[in-house]
Design a protein around this ligand. Structure first.
Ligand SMILES: *[C@@H]1O[C@H](CO)[C@@H](O)[C@H](O)[C@H]1NC(C)=O
Ligand SMILES: *[C@@H]1O[C@H](CO)[C@@H](O)[C@H](O)[C@H]1NC(C)=O
Ligand SMILES: *[C@@H]1O[C@H](CO)[C@@H](O)[C@H](O)[C@H]1NC(C)=O
Length: 347
C-alpha cells in the first residue's frame, strides 16, 4: 500500500504542476503527462501521446465521441457544430485521413464495429433535424448503410423501433447491438438487438429501482457476458446478463459527486475506465470476478484540468490506448499504456 501512495502523490504533484502550467500558458489542455497507477501487485502506466493527432486544428467543433477500429487502425471522431464535417477520420498514429459531412445532424455516441469483411461505423444522432433521433450505420467512407429509428421524429415506439436521444451503442463481434436511449428526453431504455435488428430484450423504464434508468449514457459488454450501463442521472453503473437481460447488480457508492458518463473495459478485462464529465475525471475501476458484481473499487483516478469535460471515451482493443472525447477542451486526446502487469516487490 505504501507504494501506492508514493505513486499517487507523485501523480498528484505532476498533475498540480501541469494544471498550473496549462493555466499559465492559457491552454485548457494537459500536454505532457505520465500517469502511474499502482494497485497491489500491478502497475499501469499511461502517457499522454503528445503527437496525437498530428494536426489538432482539424478539431473544428465540439468533440462528443470517439471510436477506435483496432482492425484497421483508424480512429473516428464525432464532432458538433455548424458548417463543419461531423466525422473526422484519423489513423491511430494521428494522421488525418478524411472527413464526412452528410446525414449526421447532432452526433452523440460513435462505435466502430469492424469484421475482416466489413468496416462499420455506428453513430447515435440526437438531433431534432431531418436525420435526428436515429442510430445509423456507415461504411468507413461515410456512406449510409442502415438507419434505425424514424429519422427526424422522436418517439417511444417499439414497432417500428423509435428513439428520442440515443446516447450510445456497443456492437459485439457477433453483430448483437446494445443501445442506450438516452441522453434525456422521452426514453430511458437499454435495448438489445440481434444482428438483423430484432429486439431481443429491453429494459425501458424511468426510475431509480433495479433495471430502471435516469439518463443511461454509455454501454459496454465484458468478456464474461455482462452488460455495463453508465446510469448517469442515478449516479450508478448497472449490470445485466447479456443473454437474458437479467439484472445482476449495481455499483452505487463510487459516484456520489457525479454520475458516470462513459464506460469501457481495458483489453485484458481487468479494469473498467469511467469518465465523469463535470468533474473532468477518469476513474480506473477494478472489474469484478465472474459471478459477482460486489461493491465498486476505484483503483485510481486521473484528474484532468478543470473544464476539459471528458464526455465519452474509447479503449482500443488491440493496443489498450485510451481516446477521450473532451467537449470542454474541444479535442480528443490519446493516452498510451506504457506497460502493465509488472509485479511490484516489497508491498
Ligand atoms: C462538407 O460540406 C461543405 C459545405 O456544404 C462542403 O464545402 C464540403 O466539401 C463538404 N465536405 C465533405 C467531406 O463532404
Ligand atoms: C425520470 O424520473 C426522474 C426521477 O426518478 C424524474 O426526475 C424525471 O423527470 C423522469 N424523466 C422522465 C422522462 O420521465
Ligand atoms: C454538468 O454541468 C452542467 C452545467 O452546470 C449541467 O447542465 C449538467 O447537467 C451537468 N452534467 C452532469 C452529468 O452532471
Amino acid at each position: 500500500m505504501a507504494r501506492f501512495w508514493v505513486c499517487a502523490a507523485g501523480a498528484g504533484f505532476l498533475l498540480a504542476f501541469l494544471a498550473l502550467h496549462s493555466r499559465l500558458c492559457g491552454s485548457p489542455v494537459l500536454r505532457k503527462f505520465t500517469f502511474q497507477i499502482s494497485w497491489r501487485t500491478e502497475k499501469i502506466l499511461y502517457r499522454l501521446d503528445l503527437g496525437w493527432p498530428k494536426h489538432p486544428e482539424y478539431f473544428t467543433g465540439v468533440t462528443f465521441g470517439v471510436a477506435a477500429d483496432s482492425l484497421s487502425g483508424l480512429v473516428y471522431v464525432a464532432q458538433r457544430g455548424d458548417n463543419i464535417p461531423k466525422v473526422l477520420v484519423f489513423t491511430e498514429d494521428g494522421y488525418f485521413l478524411r472527413a464526412w459531412n452528410y446525414t449526421v445532424d447532432t452526433p452523440h455516441g460513435i462505435f466502430a464495429a469492424s469484421t475482416l469483411h466489413e468496416q462499420s461505423i455506428w453513430i447515435t444522432d440526437v438531433g431534432s433535424g431531418s436525420y435526428g433521433h436515429t442510430v445509423k450505420k456507415y461504411n468507413s467512407f461515410g456512406d449510409l448503410v442502415q438507419v434505425l429509428g424514424t429519422p427526424g421524429k422522436k418517439g417511444t415506439g417499439l414497432n417500428p423501433l423509435q428513439f428520442d436521444s440515443p446516447a450510445e451503442l456497443y456492437v459485439e463481434d457477433t453483430g448483437d447491438i446494445y443501445i442506450v436511449d438516452g441522453d434525456g428526453g422521452l426514453n430511458n431504455r437499454l435495448i438489445k438487438l440481434s444482428q438483423d435488428f430484432m429486439i431481443l430484450w429491453l429494459h425501458g423504464e424511468n426510475g431509480t429501482g433495479p433495471a430502471k434508468f435516469n439518463i443511461p449514457h454509455s454501454v459496454t459488454v465484458d468478456s464474461a457476458g455482462r452488460v455495463w450501463v453508465a446510469d448517469r442521472g442515478n449516479k450508478r453503473i448497472q449490470v445485466f446478463d447479456k443473454d437474458t437481460g437479467e439484472w445482476l447488480g449495481a455499483w452505487n457508492n463510487c459516484f456520489t459527486e457525479e454520475g458516470p458518463s462513459s464506460v469501457r473495459f481495458t483489453p485484458d478485462g481487468k479494469y473498467l475506465m469511467v469518465a465523469q464529465l463535470n468533474l473532468s475525471r477518469l476513474s480506473i475501476m477494478a472489474a469484478p470476478p465472474v459471478g459477482s458484481i460486489g461493491a465498486c473499487s476505484v483503483v485510481s483516478t486521473i484528474q484532468l484540468a478543470d473544464e476539459v469535460l471528458p464526455h465519452l471515451l474509447e479503449v482500443d482493443r488491440k493496443t489498450g490506448a485510451i481516446y477521450v472525447a473532451e467537449i470542454g477542451a474541444k479535442q480528443v486526446q490519446k493516452y498510451v499504456p506504457l506497460n502493465s502487469c509488472v509485479p511490484s516487490s516489497g508491498s
